[in-house]
Design a protein around this ligand. Structure first.
Ligand SMILES: [Zn+2]
Length: 286
C-alpha cells in the first residue's frame, strides 16, 4: 500500500495500491483509488484502511438528540471564530468534492476545544438528488448536503502533522438543505464551472470570508470522531451544528455538475453513519 503525502479532502491521500502476492509469479499490481462507487466505496475502505472496521471513534454517526448530554461548560465557553478574508482563495476539484484551500490563519477556539485551531480547508458532501447527501444524520434524518470546515490544532505546526493526532483536528459540520439562496455560497457556486474536471483548480476573483457561509454557532453537538474519508484517522473533534445552512436548488445543482476521475458526476460522496459505540455526544444546549 502506498500512501501519498497528505494533500486533499480531509487530508490525505487518494490512492491505494493493491498487490496480489503469489509466490513466484510476477505480481500484477492493481491500482485502485478509493471513492464512493460499488467497487471502491465506503463498504470497501476497510480492505486497505482497517480502522474503518476496527476503529473506536469512526465518523460520521447518527446523532440521537435524546441521547445527547447537555454540557453547561460548552455554553460558558462559546465557540469563537476569527476568520480572515481570503484573497484569491483556491478552489479545487479533487475528484471527491470541491475543496477550498486556505492561506490565511483563520482561528477557532472555545467550546470543547483546548487552545487554538486554524482553518485549513472546507468542502462539501452531497447526494444525487435532494433527500440524501449529509454524512451525519440527526435522529435518522438525512439532509441534502453537509458542509465541513476543517481546522487543525495550532500546537502542531502543520495540518499534515496534526492530521493523525487524537486532538489534531476540529471539524465544523453544517447540515445543508435546499431552500433560499445563500449569498456566501453563491460566490463558490459561480466559480464551480471552472473546476468541473478532476484536478482543476481556480483562484476566486473576489475576497472570500468563509464565515459568510454560516451564522449561528451557539447550538451544536460535539463528539470524538474521525475523518470521514480515507485514511479515516481518529483525530477529529466534531462540532455539528443544529441550525442547517440553506442553499438554493440551483446552488445545489451546481455541485452535481462536478466530475470525478472517470468523468462521471460527483454525487453521493458521503459515508453512511457508523456505530456510536460507547461514545457520548454532548450538546451545548438543553
Ligand atoms: Zn468532509
Amino acid at each position: 500500500m502506498a500512501i501519498e503525502k497528505p494533500s486533499c479532502e480531509h487530508g490525505v491521500d487518494e490512492r491505494w495500491i493493491l498487490s496480489a502476492s503469489s509466490d513466484h509469479k510476477p505480481v500484477p499490481t492493481m491500482s485502485l483509488a478509493w471513492g464512493y462507487g460499488n467497487n471502491n466505496g465506503p463498504l470497501h475502505w476497510h480492505e486497505k484502511f482497517t480502522i474503518a472496521k476496527d476503529g473506536k471513534r469512526q465518523s460520521p454517526i447518527d446523532i440521537q438528540t435524546k441521547e445527547a448530554q447537555y454540557d453547561p461548560n460548552l455554553q460558558r465557553r462559546p465557540i469563537m471564530v476569527n476568520y480572515k478574508s481570503e484573497m484569491g482563495m483556491e478552489l479545487e476539484n479533487n475528484g471527491h468534492s470541491v475543496k477550498a484551500q486556505m492561506k490565511e490563519k483563520s482561528e477557532l477556539r472555545g467550546g470543547p476545544l483546548e487552545g487554538t485551531y486554524l482553518l485549513e480547508q472546507f468542502h462539501l458532501h452531497w447526494g444525487a438528488e435532494n433527500g440524501e447527501g449529509s454524512e451525519h444524520t440527526i435522529d435518522g434524518n438525512k439532509y441534502d448536503a453537509e458542509l465541513h470546515l476543517v481546522h487543525y490544532n495550532s500546537k502542531y505546526e502543520t495540518f499534515a502533522k496534526a492530521a493523525d493526532k487524537p486532538d489534531g483536528l476540529a471539524v465544523f459540520g453544517f447540515m445543508v438543505k435546499v431552500g433560499k439562496s445563500n449569498d456566501g455560497f453563491e460566490k463558490i457556486s459561480k466559480d464551480l464551472g471552472n473546476v468541473l474536471v478532476k484536478g482543476k483548480k481556480c483562484n476566486m476573483a473576489d475576497k472570500f470570508d468563509p464565515s459568510c457561509l454560516f451564522s449561528d454557532l451557539t447550538a451544536y453537538w460535539t463528539y470524538a470522531g474521525s475523518l470521514t474519508t480515507p485514511p479515516l484517522y481518529e483525530s477529529v473533534t466534531w462540532i455539528v451544528f443544529k441550525k442547517a445552512v440553506e442553499i438554493s436548488q440551483e446552488q445545489m445543482d451546481s455541485l452535481r455538475l462536478l466530475q470525478d476521475s472517470e468523468g462521471k458526476s460527483i454525487v453521493n460522496n458521503y459515508r453512511p453513519p457508523l456505530s456510536v459505540g460507547d461514545r457520548v455526544v454532548n450538546s451545548s444546549f438543553s
